[in-house]
Design a protein around this ligand. Structure first.
Ligand SMILES: [Zn+2]
Length: 108
């Protein structure tokens, strides 16, 4: 239940929840996204785990084993927007349209 809708002031707000403490991650700098060790063959999908940095990611890793890769939560919206073909400010190709596909952090 990492991505939920949380209701605030008559709004339905997409919210990321920490997979360890089950509390919302309210500021990007407080959290990270993690994924497990797996073969990196083309098209393979693995789940994302969202955790508060610090005690939550340490406790989660102790209980579930090492998570191979983590990224800053603040970077995730950019990668996700590009993989959904949502134009971001400054996303202009040399031919003036189109976006790069399959954006994400490099393989370890
Ligand atoms: Zn947490």
């Amino acid at each position: 239940m990492s991505l939920v809708i949380q209701f605030h002031d008559a709004l339905s707000c997409p919210t990321i929840v920490c997979d360890w403490c089950h509390q919302p991650i309210e500021e990007a700098r407080q959290g990270g996204y993690f994924f497990p060790v797996a073969p990196r063959t083309e098209g393979t999908m693995v789940p994302i785990t969202f955790l508060h940095k610090g005690s939550c990611d340490s406790a989660y890793s102790s209980a579930h084993g090492r998570l191979e890769w983590w990224g800053e939560l603040g970077e995730l919206p950019t990668f996700l927007a590009r993989n959904l073909h949502v134009a971001l400010p400054g996303d202009v190709t040399p031919w003036g349209y189109g976006l790069p596909q399959h954006q994400g952090p490099p393989h370890a």
